[in-house]
Design a protein around this ligand. Structure first.
Ligand code: NAP
Ligand code: F7E
Length: 325
């Protein structure tokens, strides 16, 4: 019989890649979605006829319990979150409810209704924040620098706690930044690749960014989805860092993205303090050795290829729009 997987955040970047992978692996896939005034299923349009959507909200424990009892899942991947760091400074309470207590609601529902369900929690390198060691690994202490990071630390430890207290098969993937052409437009990677395409098509003359010296360990979202799935296929639950093991600055990202279309970023990028954060995470670099050795996980798409893929996709989007206009 096909395994059943419930993916929260299925309409998001990661949820869409994970749902594709689970379908390829022969799962019955259920997506947990919230009601919006206008549906936003662009990222999963191509698989909507193959998955079943279940309505609910991270804030609503009854809808979460109903989802667990009606789907009766073998695996739950909790990807839903308020995932944008600047919004967590503007809306810290909401972020704590979604990103901190949301995962607790899933764990409690599993414990009460179906304790053999395997659970994946979308943890993050933002928990390392003001880093205590370089590179960061599973044993590196956390020092979050935003309400988002703090809420995710709560979620991380409540996941560990339910594993240790109640024997749940619950794992944390501590994922470093991962991007794709499906990334939200407010994140710096996509803001840059979209900006490059807009400038190249004559729709903009500049790109306003914040801290160009911040460094991230950027990978490809499709590779990250594979790691999530592998974690729930292990006999024992555990926590894993998923990263490329290379760091690049926002400035380098700009350099590669603009040069992909024959432009020099120095001519277009304007530093605007409006995009600085109250507290910055200056540098993140992960050590994925445990995931490579225990899960057999490996990244397939290099940083440079990912930037090129994103620029090409945004260029094509504006080309199409111009043709249709
Ligand atoms: P994303 O594109 O922002 O997607 C977030 C998803 O969460 C969307 O489907 C959104 O639904 C859903 N959601 C938000 N609030 C909800 C609520 N109250 N109830 C139900 N669903 C809700 O994020 P992503 O990049 O795919 O990231 C997936 C997860 O990994 C997140 O938990 C994020 O914090 C974490 N993470 C991401 C990265 C990264 O680099 N991408 C790295 C580490 C960890 P709508 O479509 O309705 O908005
Ligand atoms: O910023 C700098 C900014 O917003 C990256 C989320 O998926 O990854 C993501 O969080 C860096 C920061 O991602 C702009 O200051 C400069 O240092 O793309 P970002 P993030 O904050 O690292 C982690 C792992 C998650 O878990 C999160 O959910 O880029 N930066 N100029 C800028 N950032 C933005 N957004 N916009 C700028 O104009």
């Amino acid at each position: 019989m096909a395994k059943r997987a419930l993916v929260t955040g299925v309409s998001g970047q990661d949820g869409s890649y994970l749902a594709e992978l689970l379908l390829d692996e022969g799962y019955e896939v259920y997506g947990f979605v919230r009601r919006l005034s206008l549906e936003n299923y662009d990222r999963i349009e191509h698989i909507l006829d193959k998955i079943t959507l279940v309505e609910g909200d991270l804030l609503d424990e009854y809808s979460i319990m109903d989802a667990v009892s009606s789907v009766n899942p073998d695996e739950i991947y909790n990807l839903a979150a308020q995932s944008f760091v600047p919004t967590s400074f503007a809306q810290p309470m909401l972020t704590a409810h979604y990103d901190g207590l949301g995962p607790l609601r899933w764990l409690e529902a599993i414990r009460r209704l179906k304790p053999d369900t395997r659970f994946y929690q979308a943890s993050t390198s933002e928990m390392f924040g003001k880093v205590r060691e370089v590179p960061q690994r599973e044993t590196t202490p956390f020092y979050p620098r935003s309400p988002y990071g703090v809420a995710k630390v709560y979620a991380y430890f409540i996941t560990v706690n339910y594993r240790e207290s109640y024997g749940l098969h619950a794992s944390n993937g501590i994922l470093f930044n991962h991007e794709s052409p499906r990334r939200g437009l407010m994140f710096v990677s996509r803001k840059i690749t979209d900006g490059v395409a807009r400038i190249k098509h004559g729709l903009d003359t500049e790109l306003r960014l914040g801290n160009l010296e911040a460094k991230r360990d950027w990978g490809f979202a499709g590779d990250s989805a594979k790691a999530m799935w592998l974690m729930l296929q292990q006999d024992e639950p555990d926590d894993y860092v998923i990263a490329m093991g290379h760091e690049h600055s926002v400035r380098e990202f700009c350099e590669i993205a603009f040069s992909r279309v024959g432009l020099d970023y120095n001519d277009y990028v304007v530093v605007d303090p409006a995009f600085y954060r109250p507290a910055e995470v200056e540098r993140l670099l992960g050590d994925p050795t445990k995931a490579r050795e225990k899960l057999g996980w490996e990244d397939k798409v290099s940083f440079e290829d990912m930037v090129a893929m994103m620029v090409d996709a945004d260029m094509e989007r504006y080309r199409k729009a111009a043709r249709n206009a």
